[in-house]
Every structure is written in structure tokens, then in C-alpha cells.
Design a protein around this ligand. Sequence first.
Ligand SMILES: Cc1cc2nc3c(=O)[nH]c(=O)nc-3n(C[C@H](O)[C@H](O)[C@H](O)COP(=O)(O)OP(=O)(O)OC[C@H]3O[C@@H](n4cnc5c(N)ncnc54)[C@H](O)[C@@H]3O)c2cc1C
Length: 477
Amino acid sequence: MPQAVPRPVGDERHRAATARLLDDLAALPPDAPVRLGKRTSNLFRQRATDAARLDVSDLTHVVDLDPVSRTARVQGMTTYENLVAATLPHGLMPLVVPQLRTITLGGAVTGLGIEASSFRSGLPHESVLEAEILTGDGEVVVARPDGDHADLFHTFPNSYGSLGYALSLTIELERVHPYVALQHVRFGSLTDVQVAIGEVMRTRAWDGETVDFLDGVVFSRDEIYLTLGRWTDSVVGQPDPSDYTGQQIFYRSLQQRDHDALTVHDYLWRWDTDWFWCSRAFGAQQPVVRRLWPRSKLRSDVYWKIVAFENRHHVIARLDARRGRLPRERVVQDVEIPLSRTAEFLDWFLREVPIEPVWLCPIQLRPTSTAGDHQTYGDAGDAPWPLYPMAPGQPYVNVGFWSTVAIEPGHEDGDMNRAIEDEVGRLGGHKSLYSDAFYDEPTFDRLYGGSEYRPVKKRYDAGGRLPTLYDKAVRRR
Ligand SMILES: Cc1cc2nc3c(=O)[nH]c(=O)nc-3n(C[C@H](O)[C@H](O)[C@H](O)COP(=O)(O)OP(=O)(O)OC[C@H]3O[C@@H](n4cnc5c(N)ncnc54)[C@H](O)[C@@H]3O)c2cc1C
């Protein structure tokens, strides 16, 4: 059934929702710790907290959308699924649409998001024009790249709600075409794929054709695919656009066909139906199970709830223990590696970590201007977003792997994640903080902009009502 087009709710309703949230906050003792009471999450670390949950269910809509200036003001807890449903009828989409439908705009900005457009458009926070933020101190401020709250604007990305909560964000949008034509190009070596990524990132083209989207999958060290996407107004070479929301499985198609075409809507959600490939852990890729599985429930948020249930009740872990199987360590991570070290990282990873497939998503900070083929970046020495310090003009590859590994005798839970942290650090990379992290505090401080973070935390959450970034990311509070 086609999804209804969500209509912008307007400023008055947004202000009423904000006022209700502030009333809820005022009803709590002034020093009571708080947390967001969201209905969905894509976080992968468990949290131990008894903080009061703020009801933010009214902050889930598009406020205004202006097709002429190609901007939208969007409430912080709006899922990308609803945001895209509101923008596509205008022929527009956010510059970067993270792959999982229930990731929210606020979550992607404060927790960082990426997608196959990130090699040309950077990260979601780089198309934010202004952010209305409820700070830890209970003030509502509007942060922009310049002006009084520029410090908050620049440290908000990767602060994971530890400085305040985005109530609304004004973002840029870009024009879409009806379809995305795909070419899956196979590579037989890690070095070859690294070189090819560099070429596409530099030229935005492959074999003389423009590339608008770029990601890839490593099935093994000699079977790697880059998927090159190109906007198109018509489907060529096949009767209809492909459909991977039912019996067909997108990631397998990479190995089965060279060319493909999807509607823009289905392209944006191509990875959600099977949570990349992770749905196989629940049997959802076995033909019989898949036929019985309601199509509307082939969604990442359904699988996330199954995992969250297991994390709470340990049913499978207990069954495994009874069968004498080794306990398992969760290894669910996305890491950013400088492009020049990507083959080296993958070589190490495929030797040391028994997880395949692995997702590749080339990213670089958004250029400050683009003229023809020439892109201009800020000063290479500056990290404009200090809590996730990527260098302007430097290409990186996000490597994503989401599974568990057996804890071999003599090892303990966390060892594999620690080894990955060490290798990522050695290669000058960074790790996303949505999942488990094990860094000691000084290392974390150095990697995630501690000296820039502390004065901003002090300014906007003087009473420490919100946990610090380290508390959230490592101590799981
Ligand atoms: C298996 C897996 C794969 C992933 N793959 C991708 C990927 O391919 N691309 C991608 O972009 N991301 C990916 N992510 C990461 C995801 O984008 C981040 O976890 C993101 O923060 C989730 O957003 P959410 O809206 O679901 O937030 P939540 O999970 O609800 O919250 C995440 C954090 O953000 C804070 N937060 C949420 N909303 C706000 C707000 N409005 N203001 C301030 N703070 C807020 C919360 O307090 C919390 O600390 C992946 C995650 C998983 C688990």
C-alpha cells in the first residue's frame, strides 16, 4: 500500500509541541537526569539508566518545506522514512538519507549518518542550516554556523544528545530523478577496489558515465563489488524497475547481475528490507520463511526489536551455552578509514575477524564549493566538526560490519572490539559511537575532540543533567 504523504504541520503546532516538552521538563526536579523517550532507536549499545524519559512523540513531523529554496524545517525526531515521504512528492530529498528507515534526522545529525551520496555530499549535519536545540540547561537556542551559538552548532555532530536535543533542524534538499540506474562492478583485489574508489571520488565518473551514488560490498578478499548509481529519468534494459521489498534480496543481486534500476524510493530503502544482509540471522532469507514473513515486517526496525529482546533475555545465548557452544561477542561497528589505508585495513580485518560480508561507503566532508569538476574544501588542517575530526579534502571509506564472533578460550568479551579499535587507530581512522566502545578516557578524549567538547558542555549543560559523551559511548549510561 503506498504510504500517505505526510503534510508539513506548520510552526504553530511545532511551538505547541515544544511548549509541552518544556512543561514536562519543568515538572521534574531541576537536577533530575533525563533521556529521550523515543519509540524507535538504532543504537547498538545497551544503556543502564533510570533517567526520566521525555515524551518527544509530538516532535516527529516536517514543519515547513519550501520547494523553491529547496529547504525544509524538520522536527528532531522525524524518521527519514517520513521525511523522504514528505519530500519525494516535491521531487526532492535530503542530501544524505541513511539507509535505515527509522533513523531520525536528529539521530543522524547528533550520531552521524552516511550513505552512498556521502562521497559527494558529506554527512547529514553538513546540510543543516540551523538547529533549534533544547540544551542540558533547559534553554532553547538556535545554533547556526556563525554567531552566538556557533560553538554548539559545530560540536553537536557526534555529541549523541550529551549537549542537548535537536527540536528542529533546517536542512537543504536536492532534486531527484525518478530512477537510479545501477552498475555493479566486480573487483578481484582489495588494492584494485581502493584505486577505483579513489578515481570515482576524484572524477565523480566511471567509464565516462556520471556517478551520483557509490557504495560497495566485500564478500571475500577476491570478490568485491562497487555499486555505482546514476540518476535517470527512464528504465533502460529491463521492463520495470526491480523490486527488493519482497522475495528478491538486494545484496544477492550484486553477485547476480551487472546492471539494474530501481525507483528512487526503493533505491533509498534498498538496504532496509534485509538490514543489509543481517536478516539472514532471523531466517528471513530462507525461501519458505520469507514467503510466510509479512512483507510489511521485512524492515530493519523489526529485526532491531528482535535483537533488543535477545539482549534483554539472552534466550539464544542460554540455548547455545546448553549445547556447549562458545559464548559470542557482538561486533557491530562502522569505522572510517583513510582511503589510502583501506586495503590494508580490509586485509587485516579479513584475516582477523570472521565476519563477511562487509559494507563499504566512501565518504568525504562536503566541499565548500563545487565549480564544474573542481571541488574546493576548507583548510586541510581544520577539522570543522571537532567531535569527529575528519580532514577536509581527504577521502575516507566507511567500513561496516554487523555480527557476532565466537569468544575463543583464553579470550574475553570485548577483545575483538578492542583489537579493531587499535587497528583503526593505527591507520588514522575513527569509529562511529552508536555501538560498543572500549577506549580509556584519555584516548577517547584525544580521538573525539575532548578539548573542544568540554567548554561547550560547560556552557550548555553546566549542571551536568545530561551524561557526558564518554559516559554514553563507553560507560553505556
Ligand atoms: C547495524 C547498524 C547499521 C548502521 N548503519 C548505518 C548506516 O549505514 N548509515 C547511517 O547513517 N547510520 C548507520 N547506523 C548508525 C545510526 O545512524 C546511528 O546509530 C544514529 O544515531 C541512529 O539514529 P536514531 O535516530 O535511530 O537515534 P537513537 O538510536 O534513538 O539515538 C542515538 C543517539 O542520538 C541521540 N539522539 C537521538 N535523537 C536526538 C535528537 N533529536 N537530538 C539530540 N540527540 C538525539 C540519543 O540520545 C542517542 O544517544 C547504523 C546503526 C546500526 C545499529
